[in-house]
Design a protein around this ligand. Structure first.
Ligand code: FAD
Length: 467
């Protein structure tokens, strides 16, 4: 099966109008709007409950006081309720492992199959940007996103942890921990020197996003009031230990510091989860503002592959509100392309949504400048630092292959197995592109990304062979 095959017979014998991959804000909002417009919709999501990252588990939250996860989290319950009542067919715990033009293959509790769809919407969201510092794979080192997943999924927390990195999600998780009464050893802030000054130059365009800015300032004030020890301008971060994490070390100016700790949560922003869109053959470009790959889309989310659309953070990081708006916009465009609504109806529906999305996104250039991770935190310079966690390939091995004249990431993969593990290059892809670009003086666009092939997620041979 390759990208571009004709629609196959659906497991249940029908061709649906719209198949959506992902039940986060983008996928849910798209499903609600598409169902309202009369489309037959199926939504697949590999999580057991709808909500995506931000609204994980929101319909049945863990036993925590409401203020711990905060109003932005609980607001998702209304969207989830509307989604479940929308009439769209929802398939939880279902992994989509292959998408082609006109069909997708999935596996889940009811078995697997291939579903034919007139339109496919990829709403697979974002993932945390890798933070490849020495020791980042030691037991005891996790991501701040993981800390939050434990909190949202089961009210599980780790006492006395160190949080390191920068970006709104890091401060949010620290604040959520504090509201839950959990002690935090220290916050090591890697926001580079001069970032605030550079970001302030972009503040003018961010006025319509002042609520977002106020929330961010509120989080920082909350952390300050709680008396957490905050070290700023942290550089040269390293996790130290043999069998597990013993300490974290860093440099501040010319002074080297060490802090003993058992748990370190790292975070330096999020990037689009592009594997599905790449596997189906959608063209992508490197976004120098967001430092990530993103699919080339028109204003409604249509990709370069006919019938395949992308909405939400998988199309570029924009946050949950813009994700939901982009889902609705894509659903309306799909209905129009399928001839279910006329042009006048389409334009009347799209106008207000597009304006709201523009207003909501005005704050992004400010945030991207403020929280742009330092080159040294994205592109490892020490040879022993692991780049590919799955296959344990270090920076030195990759640099050696590049020096021998390796032409690009696909050949790196063949020579070293970097990117061939269970994550299918999701965790090392951005680092490999940027390291390669840095070593050869080429741009990330010139270097390119791994060619992503199915299965997008690990599945059994039985899933691939079919019933
Ligand atoms: C770990 C993490 C935590 C975050 N927490 C917050 C937060 O608390 N507050 C906030 O404002 N923003 C948060 N964000 C950012 C937030 O994810 C986005 O702004 C917003 O949720 C994007 O919505 P979305 O619908 O595009 O994607 P998501 O919400 O990410 O939803 C995508 C869904 O697709 C599913 N999926 C992906 N691939 C497949 C596949 N192949 N088959 C089936 N299902 C698939 C995912 O499991 C997920 O449920 C977080 C991001 C991350 C990475």
């Amino acid at each position: 099966m390759t990208a571009g095959t004709a629609p196959q017979v659906a497991a249940d014998g029908e061709t649906v109008d719209l198949a959506i991959v992902g039940a986060g804000p983008a996928g849910m909002a798209a499903a609600i709007r598409a169902a309202e417009l009369g489309l037959a919709v199926v939504v697949f999501d590999d999580q057991p409950a709808p909500g995506g990252q931000i609204y994980r588990n929101v319909a049945h939250p863990p036993p925590l006081p409401r203020h711990v996860l905060g109003p932005d989290y609980h607001a998702g319950a209304a969207l989830v309720a509307r989604f479940l009542a929308s009439g769209a067919e929802y398939r939880p715990s279902s992994v989509v492992w292959h998408v082609a033009e006109g069909s997708l293959s999935h596996t889940g509790p009811d078995g697997g199959g291939t579903l034919a769809a007139r339109r496919i919407l990829i709403a697979t969201g974002a993932m945390e940007r890798p933070f490849p510092v020495p020791g980042w794979t030691l037991p005891g080192v996790m991501t701040a996103g993981a800390a939050q997943i434990m909190l949202k999924a089961s009210a599980t927390v780790v006492d006395d942890a160190v949080f390191a990195g920068s970006g709104p999600l890091l401060y949010l998780v620290v604040a959520q921990y504090l509201r839950a009464g959990i002690r935090i050893r220290a916050l090591l802030d890697t926001t580079p020197r001069g970032a605030r000054r550079r970001a302030l130059a972009r503040l003018g365009s961010a006025w319509s996003g002042r609520t977002t800015l106020a929330k961010g300032l509120g989080l920082l004030a909350e952390i300050r009031r709680a008396g957490v020890t905050v070290h700023r301008h942290v550089a040269d971060l390293a996790a130290v230990g043999t069998d597990r994490l013993d300490a974290v070390t860093w440099r501040s100016g010319s002074v080297r510091h060490r802090l003993d700790c058992a748990t370190l949560f790292l975070h330096q922003g999020i990037v689009p989860n592009v594997n599905t869109a790449m596997a189906v053959g959608c063209s992508h470009r490197w976004d120098e503002g967001q430092l990530c790959w993103r699919p080339t889309l028109d204003a409604a989310g249509r990709s370069s592959v006919p019938g395949v659309m992308v909405a939400g953070d998988g199309g570029g990081i924009a946050g949950a509100v813009a994700a939901a708006l982009s889902g609705e916009i894509a659903a309306i465009a799909a209905a129009s392309d399928l001839g279910r609504i006329d042009g006048a109806t389409r334009d009347r529906l799209l106008g207000p949504l597009e304006s709201r999305r523009r207003r909501d996104m005005a704050v992004r250039p400010f945030l991207e400048t403020l929280y742009r991770p330092a080159d040294a935190d994205r592109i490892p310079s020490r040879d022993e630092t692991l780049v590919c966690r799955c296959e344990e390939v270090d920076r030195g091995t990759l640099a050696d292959i590049v020096r021998r004249g390796c032409p690009g990431p696909n050949q790196i993969k063949a020579f070293s197995r970097c990117g061939m593990g269970p994550c299918q290059g999701r965790l090392c892809g951005h680092t490999v592109t940027e390291l390669f670009a840095d070593l050869t003086g080429r741009s990330p666009d010139e270097v390119g990304h791994y060619r992503i092939r199915m299965p997008i997620k690990p599945v059994t041979l039985g899933d691939i062979a079919g019933p």
